[in-house]
Design a protein around this ligand. Structure first.
Ligand SMILES: [Zn+2]
Length: 275
């Protein structure tokens, strides 16, 4: 029956299967319990520290709106791939798989490219051994493209194998991967330049708007509290238009000490330091 309590025997049996027998989820068996129930119980036991570290599980860090917006920008507007985004760490701390999954769920990115990577062939252990011995032996001089076709892999994958095996690429191949790297670096630089330019425009426009708003508020009859920015010392007003306001759970509302313009500058500088 679903939701029925676990008996001590059932719990002990599950612990034994996970800790002693090192079984994975599909192999775990508790009569009368479904896979979801077993999975949940295993998670509870892990959290209670009863699995002695035998099962690490995954702790999911939920995506923030900020991260999602960043991803939207890179994947949607700029058309970057998940691999590219994760490689440059454009969404800090997110793996390629995590980024790719998020892009899929939000309809971002290139569907064709996604399918291609999904269909990429995974080699069995036997096939992998065969490929490695081929690359080390008779296939040493075979161009990667040809090897790739024969094994149904991408050229990049074959190059990766060669690199890991310490087999140097022919000069043509070395050049083509060097070209690729340079193209990628150029693209990243160009992207950074564009973002900088867009940000400068935003800053100019926003500053003008804030100054106009301040003039208007100065003329108005109902007075608002002044709040100078700690960084630029502009005498703005203490409102959301000029200062970022944060709502913290249990701590009420706090208003930034630096104006929107300076705050944005600080955040950009921080992002650059991280990157
Ligand atoms: Zn300021």
């Amino acid at each position: 029956m679903p939701g029925e309590c676990w008996t001590v025997e059932e719990v002990e049996s599950l612990i034994a299967q996970v800790v002693c027998e090192k079984k994975s989820l599909p192999q775990l068996c508790i009569p009368g319990k479904g896979e979801a129930a077993i999975n949940n119980q295993r998670r509870r036991l892990k959290e209670a520290g009863r699995l002695e570290g035998a099962f690490a599980g995954r702790t999911l860090k939920p995506w923030t709106i900020c991260e999602l917006n960043t991803l939207r920008n890179y994947a949607g507007e700029h058309g970057f791939s998940a691999a590219f985004i994760s490689q440059l760490q454009l969404v800090e701390g997110r793996s390629k798989d995590s980024i790719s999954g998020m892009m899929h769920r939000h309809g971002l990115g290139n569907e064709a490219a996604r399918m291609r990577s999904k269909c990429a062939r995974r080699l069995s252990d036997g096939q992998r051994k065969e490929l490695i011995s081929f690359l080390q032996g008779e296939g040493r001089q075979t161009p990667s493209l040809e090897v790739a076709k024969r094994w149904g892999l991408s050229q990049k994958t074959v190059n990766g194998y060669r690199r890991r095996l310490g087999i140097f690429l022919s000069w043509q191949e070395a050049r083509s991967s060097e070209d690729y790297r340079q193209r990628r670096d150029r693209l990243a630089l160009e992207f950074a330049r564009q973002t900088r330019a867009r940000w400068r425009q935003w800053r100019l426009r926003t500053k003008r708007e804030l100054q106009e708003l301040r003039d208007e508020m100065e003329r108005s009859s109902c007075p608002t509290e002044r709040r100078p920015c700690l960084v630029c010392h502009e005498q703005w007003f203490a409102t959301r238009d000029f200062y970022h306001v944060q709502r913290r759970r249990g701590k009420g509302v706090s208003m930034s000490r630096t104006c929107r313009l300076c705050r944005s500058e600080q955040r950009r500088a921080k992002a650059r330091r991280v990157a």
